[in-house]
Design a protein around this ligand. Structure first.
Ligand code: HMG
Ligand code: MG
Length: 297
């Protein structure tokens, strides 16, 4: 299989951790330009508690400012309230999330692991006809509070998300501590029990391992990757974790394998340019930095 699906999570995972509030119009423009750059699957925002993640407090307005039918738009939701909001905006896809770690569930969603599965179950009971549900399993490579995570917990979480009805499960390296060797070991076990075409990898690039981990995953047979434009990102409940693997780096890597991505790299860099200027910082992506230098952006 020579086809790779890219899930752009920049507008959600990329922005959620930024403390400076980004105006709604800028977020909406960012999303529109990501689509124009050729990205087909975009997680546009999250319907979460505005107290927990203030940057996402304008999610409703963001969704009203864009045509969500132009691409495969998804939204991250933690509970039934998020589900109801997703219906207001006619989302065909919602993303639910849980973790391998009791402590992380408590910090991130103020509930136990078991309650997090109950919440997901209640979300499934309320899906509208044709609405797809993607599942995230966080802290697969280790937890900022509990440390080492056993493979059994990874297998358990993956199994739970599929059995509840998720069409795809993204394995999250929330803090970016994974290494290619660990990726290989986890995926070797995962593929004994699950169809790898339904598994996505969600890497953060804290220690610069993002692309190496993609390579290891690709070799194991993974063909779905999450990434964020310019490598924006981080999780408010994973201190020190930096942005997601950048979409630019991912596309450059895939281009090297002769895999068509439909993404125009220059347009992609232009899409996040105003966000980086507003935040007053450069992108961490080498590919992004090169394009900025060579195109005077
Ligand atoms: P809680 O405080 O127990 O919730 O938090 P609550 O039900 O008491 O509600 C608190 C307030 O939030 C209320 O507003 C609710 O209406 C509102 P108030 O009455 O005070 O004005 N509220 C909502 N508003 C909009 N949409 C909603 C919603 N729900 C409640 N859906 C809760 C529990 C789960 C809500 C909270 O902890 C929360 O929102 N957590 C989400 C945290 C988050 O977004 N974390 C980052 C995403 S996960 C991640 O980044 C990892 C990932 O990228 C994968 C990886 O890297 O591994 C996915
Ligand atoms: Mg993440």
């Amino acid at each position: 299989m020579n086809n790779v699906k890219i899930v752009e999570v920049g507008p959600r995972d990329g922005l959620q951790n930024e403390s400076k509030f980004i105006p709604t119009e800028l977020k909406a423009k960012f999303i529109k330009n990501l689509h124009l750059a050729g990205l087909k699957n975009i997680e546009v925002t999250s319907f979460v508690s505005p107290r927990a993640v203030p940057q996402m407090s304008d999610a409703d307005k963001v969704c009203s400012s864009i045509d969500l039918k132009k691409f495969n738009a998804s939204v991250l939701i933690p509970n039934l309230k998020g589900m109801e909001l997703s219906k207001v905006h006619n989302f065909n896809e919602v993303c639910v999330f849980t973790t391998t770690s009791e402590a992380f569930a408590n910090k991130n969603t103020k509930c136990s692991l078991s309650d997090s599965y109950d919440r997901i179950e209640s979300i499934f009971k309320n899906v509208k006809e044709g609405q797809k549900v993607r599942g995230y399993l966080s802290t697969v490579f280790g937890c900022p509070y509990e440390g080492e995570i056993s493979l059994d917990k990874v297998l358990y979480g993956t199994e739970k998300l599929f059995s509840l009805g998720c069409y795809e499960v993204a394995l999250g390296d929330t803090t970016g501590i994974g290494t290619p060797d660990k990726v290989q070991k986890i995926l070797a076990k995962i593929k004994e029990s699950f169809d790898l075409s339904k598994i996505a990898m969600h890497f953060h690039d804290t220690f610069g391992m993002g692309l190496l981990n993609v390579h290891s995953s690709y070799e194991e047979g993974i063909r779905v990757f999450d990434s964020s434009a310019g490598g924006l990102g981080g999780c408010p409940y994973a201190k020190g974790a930096s942005g997601n693997l950048s979409t630019e780096d991912l596309c450059y890597y895939l281009n090297g394998l002769d895999i068509k991505t439909s993404v125009d790299l220059v347009k992609l860099v232009e899409a996040s340019r105003e966000i980086f200027k507003f935040l007053g910082k450069p992108s961490i992506s080498k590919v992004n930095q090169y394009i900025v230098r060579t195109h005077d952006l």
